[in-house]
Design a protein around this ligand. Structure first.
Ligand code: NAD
Length: 361
C-alpha cells in the first residue's frame, strides 16, 4: 500500500524557492519508486512572510507545520529585512518555528565526500574519510536562559547579561537523541562541555553519564570545548558523533561543516520528542546569487534525504537519494560553489535535471 506523507514546504527567501523546486521533483520521482505519496503544502516564512503578512512566522504557517509529518525548509533572510526591529526579522521566524515545534535537537552531519576532497581547506590526509555528526541542543542554554538583556547598574553603567542554564530533563532528552543517533553510526559518542569551569557543564556531564547507563553498547567520551575545537582541525577523524549544548554546538557544527569546504552540500535536521521535524540546508538564503540559477540545490536535496531517514523512517529512499547525489558528482557535474578543474559547471536547474536522470536511470 502506498504510504502517504503530508509535507510542509517553506521556500523562504533568496535561493530558497529555486533549491526547493528541484527537491520537490526529486521527492516525486523517489516517491514513485518507493511507493510513497507526498502531499505538499506551502507556507510563508522569513522575509517573504514579512512582505505579505507583516510577521516572519504567521500563525497559519505554524499550524500547517504542526499538522504535517515533516517540514522541508529552504532558507530565510536577505538585505531587505536586515534593519527591521528584531521581532520582525526573518531570523525571528526561524527561532519561532523551532520553539513552536519544540525542536530541541539539531543534527548536522559533516561528511567528506571523496569527490569534493579538494574543496576542504585542510590537507587531504587529515580530512579523508571524515564522517562526523554533531548533535546540538537547540532550545536551551545561553541563547534562551533568563535573565537576559542589557541592564543599567546602580552606577549608571550598562551591563549585558545572558544566562547559560540547563535542567536535568533538557540534558537527558538531548542525550537520548545523541545516543540513538550514534547507534545508527559507529556507536562512539563524544560529549563536549566546559565542566572544568562551568557549573552548568558539570551538570551536563553528570547527566550524560547517567543516561549512558541505558546505552552500554555506545562508547562515551568527554572533551572540553576548547580542546574539541582544536581536535576538529587537528585530527577530525577521531570523532563519530558529538553531543553538545546550544552555544558550543553552534560554533563547533560550523567548524565541522567547514572541514568539508562546501556549504552548498550540507543538510541538517531539527527534531523534537514527537511531532514533525524540520529539515533544511545549513546555508542561508545566498541573496548574492538569488534568482540567477547559480545555487547548489544538493544541500536541500540531502536535507530531504535526512527527512526520509530521521523524520519518516524511510531509510531505503534516503539511501537512494544520497547515492544519486554521489553518482552526479562522480559524473563530474558541479555548481559554481564546488567547481574545480576539468569538471562540468551547471546551474541549479541543470543539476536537478542530471540528478533526476540518475535517479530514474
Ligand atoms: P549564506 O549561507 O546565505 O551565503 C554565504 C555564501 O555562500 C554566499 O557567497 C553564498 O552565495 C554562498 N552559498 C550559500 N548557499 C549556497 C548554495 N546553495 N549554492 C551556492 N552558493 C551558496 O550566508 P550569509 O551570506 O551570511 O547570509 C545571507 C542571508 O541568509 C542572511 O540574511 C542570513 O541571515 C541568512 N541565513 C539564513 C539561514 C537559514 O535560513 N537557516 C542560515 C544562515 C544565514
Amino acid at each position: 500500500m502506498t504510504q502517504q506523507y503530508g509535507i510542509t514546504l517553506l521556500p523562504g527567501d533568496g535561493i530558497g524557492p529555486e533549491i526547493l523546486a528541484v527537491t520537490v521533483e526529486v521527492l516525486n520521482v523517489i516517491g514513485k519508486q518507493f511507493d510513497l505519496s507526498f502531499k505538499f503544502q506551502e507556507g510563508l516564512i522569513g522575509g517573504a512572510a514579512i512582505d505579505e503578512t507583516g510577521e516572519p512566522l504567521p500563525k497559519e504557517t505554524l499550524d500547517l507545520c504542526r499538522n504535517s509529518d515533516a517540514v522541508l525548509l529552504a532558507a530565510i533572510g536577505g538585505y531587505k529585512w536586515d534593519n527591521l526591529p528584531r521581532q520582525q526579522r526573518p531570523e525571528t521566524g526561524l527561532l519561532g518555528l523551532r520553539a513552536g515545534l519544540n525542536l530541541f535537537a539539531n543534527l548536522r552531519p559533516a561528511t567528506i565526500l571523496p569527490q569534493l576532497i579538494d574543496a576542504s581547506s585542510l590537507k587531504k590526509e587529515v580530512v579523508e574519510g571524515v564522517d562526523i555528526m554533531v548533535v546540538r541542543e537547540l532550545t536551551g542554554g545561553v541563547y534562551f536562559g533568563q535573565p537576559k538583556g542589557i541592564f543599567t547598574t546602580e552606577t549608571g553603567e550598562k551591563r549585558g547579561v545572558n544566562t547559560m542554564a540547563y535542567t536535568e530533563s533538557e540534558i537527558d532528552r538531548i542525550a537520548h537523541v545523541a545516543f540513538e543517533a550514534s547507534r545508527k553510526r559507529k556507536s562512539k559518542l563524544c560529549s563536549v562541555d566546559k565542566a572544568n569551569v562551568l557549573d552548568v557543564s558539570q551538570l551536563w556531564r553528570d547527566r550524560v553519564i547517567a543516561v549512558s547507563e541505558k546505552y552500554p553498547d555506545i562508547e562515551l567520551s568527554h572533551m572540553y570545548v576548547d580542546n574539541a575545537a582544536m581536535q576538529l582541525v587537528r585530527n577530525p577523524k577521531q570523532f563519530d558523533t558529538i553531543i553538545t549544548g546550544n552555544l558550543f554546538g553552534d560554533i563547533l557544527s560550523d567548524a565541522a561543516a567547514m572541514l568539508t569546504g562546501s556549504i552548498g552540500m550540507l543538510p541538517s535536521a531539527s527534531l523534537g520528542s514527537s511531532g514533525p521535524g524540520v529539515f533544511e540546508p545549513v546555508h542561508g538564503s545566498a541573496p548574492d546569487i538569488a534568482g540567477q540559477d547559480k545555487a547548489n540545490p544538493l544541500a536541500q536535496v540531502l536535507s530531504a534525504a535526512m527527512m526520509l531517514r530521521y523524520g519518516l523512517n524511510e531509510a531505503a529512499a534516503a539511501d537512494k537519494i544520497e547515492q544519486g547525489v554521489l553518482a552526479v558528482l562522480d559524473q563530474g557535474y558541479r555548481t559554481g560553489d564546488i567547481m574545480s578543474l576539468n569538471m562540468k559547471q551547471v546551474g541549479c536547474q541543470e543539476m536537478g535535471q542530471v540528478l533526476l536522470k540518475v535517479l530514474e536511470g
